[in-house]
Each structure stands twice: as structure tokens, then as C-alpha cells.
Design a protein around this ligand. Structure first.
Ligand SMILES: Cc1cc2nc3c(=O)[nH]c(=O)nc-3n(C[C@H](O)[C@H](O)[C@H](O)COP(=O)(O)OP(=O)(O)OC[C@H]3O[C@@H](n4cnc5c(N)ncnc54)[C@H](O)[C@@H]3O)c2cc1C
Length: 758
């Protein structure tokens, strides 16, 4: 029987090994035999035994000198000679005498689980790979086709559990740094941790429309591992890795009036995706949550407006970036929404309206990418000048490359160089779109610090509009748009309620372990301006602030006492830039590409209407084009009238399509001038570093928590990053308030779950 590639089967195999060894030791009068150690750590006997077996037994391992790869499977950093020798001795002493019994017991456990899988009883379905053997390699998958309904993500060579781990952005066969901290006692047995963790993730990803309960998980796992499984389950819930989003009707427990008094109360400022993600997570655990939102709508920088003929127009975010690993993909599955993958091909039109010849287009892209690559090598050269900008170095390098190219040209070929210059400007604009900043303000050192965490997969748009995700997250919350007087037992979102003042104290609070409630003595006071412009005070145990960085920079919310200096400095130094859209609704479709670019004459216009996105698929019918205005040209367009912005966009479009008709409807955004946004998204400016994001995320004195796009250094700028940050802070608050996730689960079961989720 080969080793299993399935974590659950491995858990049963491990359990069988442990049972058998204990029995045999007991028979020999050696109960509770201590575990062998090697390289200063406890040896994982199950992995050891199965690895030796998969290599054909200890004699073969010895003959063929295979102990080194086995040491690697055991994660031992031993030299070839010492590992071979000591491991062999350990095997001969601890496992060899029991080989037969162990083989029988493990194989029997594999057989049983196989039968259970085939008959669909008792254990959940397992992927059983006949040739699978340790180690499991993390592999990637091919990009999928045009339409993604996420369950059809076909990942090659990955088992179901491995897919679940990859979906969760976790390493399949390594403990993540956070996991190592939380489960330090398992550092010697990471495979045990990983098998349980990956198994739980798999159960969740099998059906993300329902809550995966701890008892569901325990019913599948050998008793020996129940305590550990509970801990890992709680950790995964707290980290927002399972049981997030919209989980059917029975999501929120109903609290009696008396319970409402006792449970902790959390105020969330802002009903963007970060605030809603946190609110949903906290409510599902029985926390009393009140969300205050200054606008009269949900979603913040996710804003789908309906045109006159009911066509969804994305005025804010429009792309689900990296669909395969994006948690918003899971939300789309839960809400039965369809994601349409965007074709990446982006032909570029020159100022004369003709397509740029392919070879020139490729050449310009190569020049740009080479120069960009070289900027990272320049970091060493400028390491003592932290304020050097990406723009200053990149532009120098580009100029050098263009000069070299010029020397290769014939005298009559100078047109080529001019086009090449325009193309290079286009690429600069495109990077300024991604950064929401003039590259002259972007840090040379850290601008791309989030690259290692880029989410896998293509980009996609949400059919019907992005705001549906936000509406989904807000299901079950009562929306109150008038002066607040919350008698409702439902969790509430108070629209048109602007938080003006937050009074807080960093004094430690006492948590009553009996009731798990936090003493109200030092609670935070939040002052809110209601729709009728009166001020109300609300007290709570802690506040989660999810307002955009632009709002914090403006100091539109006053803190008493002031925020600590480190926090205020982080707010002041992190960059926050602009991006606007002009959305054009047409009667008929007259373009053929999903995305296309337009070159401009002068670098002084490079980011104005330089790219056009076909958003027709968002509605499915009405032709819509969206074009961008990027930094550093956002300001001058925000002061222009709408019709002027539309005409500027149309002028560019008519260079390409001279007969383009007037749009029948148009929308122009002004995110930088928006009082409740102050810009589009964050970037690492010349005064900040990647660490600034960590400071943005740090809570102040267990009472002020911060979420939102600008608090997520791994996934900044995006909706996914904002969503993650909401879950992250909900997890921190759960931990601080000592919320007992399992106790809540049991209470819900006893009450047969009364709900107010619709
Ligand atoms: C034009 C544009 C295009 C974008 N494109 C994409 C894209 O394609 N893909 C992508 O992933 N991301 C994109 N983004 C970024 C994305 O929209 C954001 O990262 C994300 O929506 C941020 O969510 P959030 O919850 O952190 O903040 P927000 O959505 O801004 O939510 C914060 C909320 O706080 C509220 N608020 C502010 N002040 C107060 C106050 N005093 N009291 C109460 N409430 C207050 C605001 O009204 C807002 O609703 C784009 C952004 C813009 C502007």
C-alpha cells in the first residue's frame, strides 16, 4: 500500500501507527515510551516509517544511500553522513522490531478510509492517489478559460486539500510564520499540523455556502487529534481562512435583551468592504456590532451606479484581481455571481489613430520592463538615500535605453524613435495607474514590496456589478438612514452617520472570564453626526476604523487623546493617490477589443484617457467604455466640468474611431475631492516603507483597531486587501474579547439557531 496523498488518510495512518506502537510497548512492559529525538527535535515516527517504506524498506534505503532524502522529508537539516547514521540507528531501534504490525495497522486504516470514501459513508470523499508519496510539492495551475465560476478552477496535479490550501494562500507543506508562532509546540511535528489544517480547509472549500462547524470536522478526525483539531479550527476561523462571507440564512445568532447587555459592543466606522467583512464575521460570533457610514450608500470605493437603462456602471473598483486566490471569488460563489475574465491583450493606438506595429509595441515593452528591472538593482547604489523616487531613476534609465536605440537607427527612421518615446510614456502612465501616484513620488525601494503575495489568476469583472458583493455582505443587517434610535435586535448599519470624534483610553480593561464580557468602565465613546446634523454619543468596547487613508490624513475624525505619534506618522507618511474614471455609455458597440490603449503626444498628458476598458460584459448588453485619468493629472481634471472631461475623452477616442457617436450617457468621478475618500488608494511614497503598512494595521491600546486597503501591506490598494484586513481585525478583536468560538457553536445548536439573517 503506498503512502497516502490525502491528509485525512494520513491522519488515520498516523493514528494507527501510534495505537499500534503504544499497544506493543505496553505488551513489552514499556508504556509511555519517550519519543526519539534527532537534530535536537522530536522525530515524526509516522513520516519516518512511511518514507522508509515508500523507498522500499530500511535495507534498500541503506544500500542505495537514501537516508538523506528521508532526512529532508523529516525536515532535518543534517549532513549526509550524520543523518544517515543516526537515522538508521533510530529506525532499527524504534521501528524495525514492529515493522510488520505497523504496516498491517496503517494499511488497514488506509483500506478502511478507502472503503468509506467509495461507499460515501462516514468519512468525506478523499482524493486517493495511487502513486502519491511524500513529499507533496506545491505546484501551480494553469489559467482557466474565459468564464470562471470558481468551482471550475481546474488545478492540475493538486489534491483537493492542496487546492484548498493554495486557495487560502497558504503553503501546502510548510507552516506559515503566523502558524509557527501560534502552534510553537508543533514545530517538531509540522506534518501533523498541516494534515489537520489542510483537511479542515478542504471541508470548507467543498461547500463555502455553509458554515463548517467544528463538530463536522471532529466527526471526521481520529479522537486522538480532537483537541489539536479544535485549536486549529479556532485559529482558522479567527484568521478568516474559513467560515467567512455570506453563509446562507443561519448566520447570526439572535441575542436576547439580557444577552445584548452582556455581549461586547464593537463600533465599526465605514461600511466599505473592509468594515462589512469585519462586521459580518463579528456578528456571526454573537458580538453586538454597530456600523456607522457617512454616505447614504454602502461600499465606499466600490460603487456600481445604475445608468438610465439600468446598466451597471463601475465608478470605483471594477476588477477582481487574481481570481484564483481571491477571497472575493469565494463571495461570488456564495452569492451565485458570475465573474467574467478580462482578456489581457491590449493593442495600442498611435496619435494618428493607427495601431502601433506589433514589433515596436513589443520593443517598447521590453525597454520599459528592462529599465524597471534595473531600478531594483539601483537600490543598492542609493541605499543611503531613502527618499529617491522610482520615477527619477526609471526615467533616467529609459532615456539611456532610448539613446542606445537611437544609435541603431537609420537617419530616416526618426519617426520610429518618436513613436517609441510615446509608447514608453504610455507604460509610465500605466504604472502610475497601478500606483495611483506620479512615479516621482513613489519609493524606489519599496514600491513593489507586495509582489511576492500577488494573487494567482487572471483579473475578472463581476457580471451585474461589484456592488452586489457589498450588498451580499450586508444581508441580515438592518440599514437605518434616519436619526438613529436603535431598538432593533438586528445588527445595524447606520447610513448618513458621520463619525466625528473618538474618545478612547489605553488603560487595560478587565475581562470577566465567567461572562467573557469586557468591563464597560473604560469603554470608548464615539461621537456621530446624524442625518439631522445632531450629535449622538455611543459607547462601546472597541472601535474598528476602516475609513480611507485620505480621510485619516485630513484628520476629519478627531481622536481624544491624539493618536500615538507612531500611528499619526504612519498615516502622514504613507502615500495616498488619485485615479478617476470617465464612463461612456453608447447606443452601439463600435470597438472590438476588451482593452485598448491610446498614445498621447506629450508626456504632459500621458495619464489622461490613455486606456479604455470595454465594460459591456458587466451588463451583458449595453455598450460601455471606461477610461482613466491617472496621477499626476487627476487634480486638473477634477476641477473641470463633467462635459469637458467627457469631450477630452471623446477627442482621444475619435482619433481611433473618427465616427464615434456622442455617448448617450456619461459619468465622471472625483475621488480625490470626495470628502469620504480623499483619493483612490495607497502607495509607498518616498517618505514611507513597507513597514508603514504594518504600523497602519497595528491597533492602539486594545481599543482602536484599523482596517482597510491602506492597512494591508501584502495586498494593498485592492478590494481583496481591504476584505482581508476586515477579517484580520475581526480576528484580533475576537482574540482580545476572548470570544469562545466553540461555545457559541454549541449554544447555536441547542437553540436550533434562531436567526435574523434573511
Ligand atoms: C477609481 C477606483 C478604481 C479602483 N479599481 C479597483 C479594482 O479594479 N480592483 C480592486 O481590487 N480595487 C480597486 N480600487 C480600490 C478599491 O476600491 C479599494 O481598495 C477598496 O474598495 C477599499 O475598501 P475599504 O473598505 O478599505 O475602504 P472604503 O471602500 O473607502 O470604505 C470606507 C468607508 O468609510 C466611510 N467613511 C469615511 N469617513 C467616514 C466617517 N467619518 N464616518 C463614517 N464613515 C466614514 C466611507 O464613506 C466608506 O464607505 C479602486 C479604487 C478606485 C477609487
Amino acid at each position: 500500500m503506498p503512502c497516502s496523498d490525502d491528509p485525512l488518510a494520513r491522519l488515520y495512518g498516523r493514528n494507527a501507527l501510534e495505537d499500534t506502537l503504544e499497544l506493543l510497548w505496553k505488551k513489552q512492559g514499556k508504556p509511555g515510551k519517550r519519543r526519539p529525538r534527532c537534530g535536537n527535535r522530536e522525530l515524526d515516527l509516522y513520516v519516518f516509517f512511511e518514507s522508509v517504506r515508500s523507498f522500499g524498506g530500511i535495507s534498500k534505503v541503506h544500500q542505495n544511500r537514501l537516508m538523506q532524502p528521508i532526512a529532508e522529508l523529516l525536515r532535518l537539516s543534517l549532513t549526509a553522513t550524520s543523518s544517515g547514521y543516526s537515522l538508521r540507528l533510530i529506525y532499527l531501534k524504534w521501528l524495525k522490531p514492529y515493522e510488520k504490525e505497523l504496516e498491517q495497522a496503517i494499511d488497514e486504516s488506509y483500506r478502511k478510509i478507502n472503503i468509506a470514501c467509495e461507499s460515501g459513508r462516514q468519512w468525506p470523499e478523499c482524493i486517493w492517489s495511487k502513486d502519491a508519496r511524500l513529499p507533496r510539492k506545491r505546484s501551480r495551475w494553469k489559467q482557466s478559460g474565459m468564464r470562471v465560476c470558481s468551482e471550475d478552477v481546474q488545478q492540475e496535479n493538486l489534491t483537493e486539500a492542496e487546492k484548498a490550501a493554495v486557495f487560502s494562500r497558504l503553503s501546502v507543506n510548510e507552516m506559515e510564520p503566523e502558524e509557527q508562532v501560534e502552534f510553537a509546540s508543533l514545530l517538531d511535528l509540522p506534518d501533523l499540523f498541516l494534515d489537520i489544517r489542510n483537511h479542515i480547509l478542504r471541508l470548507w472549500y467543498r461547500d463555502v455556502s455553509h458554515r463548517t462547524s467544528c463538530s463536522d470536522v471532529l466527526s471526521t478526525v481520529p479522537k486522538r487529534y480532537h483537541d489539536l483539531t479544535k485549536d486549529i479550527f479556532i485559529y482558522l476561523v479567527r484568521q478568516g481562512l474559513i467560515n467567512f462571507g455570506f453563509l446562507g440564512k443561519n448566520q447570526f445568532p439572535i441575542l436576547s435583551g439580557e444577552q445584548m447587555e452582556k455581549v461586547p459592543h464593537v463600533v465599526i466606522v465605514g461600511a466599505g468592504i473592509a468594515g462589512l467583512a469585519a462586521a459580518r464575521q463579528l456578528c456571526s460570533l454573537g458580538v453586538k456590532v454597530s456600523i456607522f457610514e457617512a454616505r447614504d450608500r454602502l461600499g465606499g470605493r466600490i460603487y456600481t451606479r445604475m445608468s438610465l437603462n439600468n446598466t451597471p456602471i463601475e465608478l470605483g473598483a471594477m476588477l477582481v484581481t487574481g481570481v484564483q486566490q481571491n477571497p472575493l471569488n469565494t463571495l461570488c460563489r456564495q452569492l451565485n455571481l458570475i465573474l467574467e475574465v478580462v482578456q489581457e491583450d491590449c493593442p495600442l493606438y498611435d496619435v494618428n489613430g493607427c495601431l502601433v506595429p506589433k514589433e515596436l509595441d513589443i520593443l517598447a515593452e521590453d525597454i520599459f520592463n528592462d529599465a524597471l528591472e534595473e531600478t531594483s538593482k539601483m537600490r543598492n547604489l542609493y541605499k543611503n538615500q531613502r527618499h529617491v523616487s522610482l520615477g527619477s531613476i526609471l526615467k533616467k534609465l529609459l532615456e539611456e535605453k532610448l539613446m542606445i536605440f537611437r544609435q541603431t537607427l537609420e537617419a530616416n527612421d526618426c519617426m520610429k524613435l518618436t513613436t517609441l518615446r510615446r509608447l514608453v510614456q504610455w507604460h509610465i502612465a500605466n504604472l502610475e495607474y497601478a500606483c495611483a501616484a506620479d512615479l516621482e513620488n513613489v519609493s524606489l525601494f519599496d514600491w513593489d514590496q507586495d509582489d511576492p503575495w500577488a494573487l494567482e489568476g487572471e483579473h475578472a469583472i463581476v457580471q451585474g456589478g461589484f456592488s452586489q458583493l457589498v450588498e451580499g455582505l450586508a444581508r441580515g443587517f438592518e440599514k437605518i438612514g434616519h436619526d438613529m434610535d436603535n431598538r432593533s435586535r438586528n445588527p445595524c448599519i447606520f447610513l448618513r452617520h458621520e463619525v466625528k470624534v473618538i474618545k478612547w483610553s489605553s488603560k487595560k480593561k478587565s475581562v470577566d472570564r465567567g461572562t467573557k464580557s469586557v468591563s464597560k468602565k473604560d469603554s470608548v465613546i464615539v461621537k456621530v453626526q446624524t442625518p439631522r446634523a445632531s450629535m449622538k454619543e455611543v459607547s462601546c468596547d472597541c472601535v474598528l476604523i476602516t475609513v480611507p487613508l485620505g480621510v485619516l490624513k485630513e484628520r476629519s475624525i478627531s481622536f481624544y487623546p491624539d493618536l500615538p505619534i507612531w500611528k499619526q506618522e504612519a498615516i502622514d507618511s504613507l502615500g495616498f493617490g488619485g485615479l478617476n474614471k470617465v464612463c461612456l455609455v453608447f447606443e452601439e458597440l463600435f470597438w472590438k477589443h476588451s482593452i485598448f490603449g491610446a498614445l498621447t503626444d506629450s508626456s504632459n498628458q500621458r495619464g489622461e484617457f490613455y486606456i479604455f476598458w470595454d465594460m459591456t460584459k458587466c451588463s451583458g448588453q449595453t455598450p460601455v467604455l471606461v477610461t482613466m485619468i491617472c496621477e499626476p493629472f487627476v487634480g486638473r481634471n477634477e476641477i473641470a466640468d463633467n462635459h469637458i472631461c467627457v469631450q477630452r475623452a471623446m477627442n482621444i477616442l475619435r482619433r481611433i474611431f473618427p465616427n464615434a457617436p456622442e455617448p448617450k450617457e456619461s459619468f465622471v468621478t472625483r475621488w480625490s475631492g470626495d470628502k469620504y475618500a480623499g483619493g483612490a488608494y495607497s502607495y509607498i511614497g518616498v517618505n514611507s516603507t513597507s513597514k508603514t503598512y504594518d504600523l497602519m494595521a497595528e491597533n492602539v491600546g486594545d481599543v482602536l483597531y484599523f482596517a482597510g486597503e491602506a492597512t494591508n501591506g501584502r495586498y494593498p490598494t485592492t478590494c481583496a486587501g481591504a476584505f482581508f484586513s476586515g477579517l484580520r481585525e475581526a480576528g484580533k478583536i475576537m482574540k482580545h474579547l476572548q470570544l469562545d468560538i466553540l461555545q457559541l457553536e454549541n449554544t447555536q445548536k441547542r437553540r436550533k439557531v434562531s436567526i435574523f439573517g434573511r
